[in-house]
Design a protein around this ligand. Sequence first.
Ligand code: RB5
Length: 144
Amino acid sequence: MKLFFASDHAGLNLRRVLMDHAVSLGHEIVDLGPDGTASVDYPDFGNKLADALATDPSAQGVAVCGTGIGISIALNRHSHIRAALVQDVTTATLTRLHNDANVIAFGDRVIGVETAKDALTAFLTTAFEGGRHQRRVEKLTPAN
Ligand code: RB5
């Protein structure tokens, strides 16, 4: 799986941990930044991740900010994105099964590192269930 990673300054540390984890699981990663701890705006990096996924719909994204909320909002303004802010393995698994999420989002200031790594593993190893969930996911896409 090809994975695009993006964060803001508040998500830098967890993004780096999760990139290492993804590589250890055998995934191809593309790091969209930022490179350092200077303050940046989470919408810029959420939009950058959305643009990257538009060019490669078979890939998935990993997004991190302080709470995970701001970057999720930025991502979900794009019609091709289903970004799920997860707290644990259960939410990471269910958002793949039920929502066919293509981005997993984390709050660096609110989740433990080991929980985040386990949640990412679950997200990457769980397939969309389809069935009744297919109709619901289709209704998430705006008509215009
Ligand atoms: C940055 O201080 C912080 O506001 C941001 O990382 C995020 O938590 C916003 O939702």
